[in-house]
Design a protein around this ligand. Structure first.
Ligand code: MN
Length: 243
């Protein structure tokens, strides 16, 4: 039934895009009722990031890719009550305690769940204000300004071979660092905190940008949500930032 509904959703999305409707609703069918990990709805319409990230990419990325990470994580942890009850950011620091038979699955899908949960939050409709205050001062201090941050971040994104992420981490003193990772790895696995990051898996951009990852990396800054990122920065310094 889920397979059929997923197919119908995808077909519906394609029809909506073809008809120029511009937006469509993702049905809330991706949650695994058995949990414990859940897929939260996108915090905005899938078309909200247009034209920089298209609605079809957002719908598939959230409703299919992220949903699969959640489902696979829950499946792997079925019957592992202790591990399954941990907060995700804690689970990711305890991969060595995860039975070897499911360790890679938990690493990939737990990392994927955490990375995408962060990713949806730190984006928003284009045209929002840029960084200011403490956060802008930290960007100036640790990267030499926004332009330099974008340049080094995009260069790191271009260098990720295959699939991965570019993250900016933040420590409790508010210090920022550029930290790319392969696959669905995340600095959370080392107990660090992620301020924001960009997904450079092909599924994040291929429908619109095809092989032109550099164009996606450049356009992506238009949808960075600096209000949310500033809140995350303050939370990191207060020791309350989780994923
Ligand atoms: Mn992704």
């Amino acid at each position: 039934m889920i397979e059929r509904r997923t197919f119908l959703f995808t077909a519906g999305a394609a029809t909506a895009v073809a008809a120029g409707l511009g937006s469509f609703v993702i049905p809330a069918l991706a949650n695994d009722p058995d949990g414990p990990f859940k897929l939260a709805p996108l915090p905005y319409d899938p078309a909200a990031l247009e034209p920089h990230i298209d609605a079809a990419t957002m719908g598939i990325h959230h409703g299919k890719h992220h949903a699969a990470y959640v489902k696979n994580l829950n499946t792997a942890l079925a019957g592992k009550t202790e591990l399954a009850s941990l907060p995700l950011e804690t689970l990711l620091t305890k991969l060595n305690d995860v039975p070897e038979a499911i360790r890679t699955t938990v690493r990939n899908n737990g990392g994927g769940h955490a990375n995408h949960t962060m990713f949806w939050q730190i984006m928003g409709a284009p045209g929002g204000p840029g960084p200011d205050g403490d956060l802008k001062a930290a960007i100036d201090r640790d990267f030499g300004g926004m332009e330099k941050l974008q340049e080094t971040f995009n260069a790191a994104g271009g260098k990720v071979f295959g699939s991965g992420w570019v993250f900016v981490t933040v420590d409790k003193d508010g210090k920022l660092a550029l930290e790319p990772r392969p696959n669905q790895d995340t600095p959370l696995m080392e107990g660090k905190r992620v301020l924001f990051g960009n997904d450079v898996w092909e599924h994040a951009y291929y429908l619109k940008y095809q092989n032109k990852r550099a164009d996606y990396l450049k356009a992506w800054w238009n949808v960075a949500n600096w209000k949310v990122i500033a809140d995350r920065y303050a939370a990191a310094k207060a020791g309350t930032l989780t994923i």
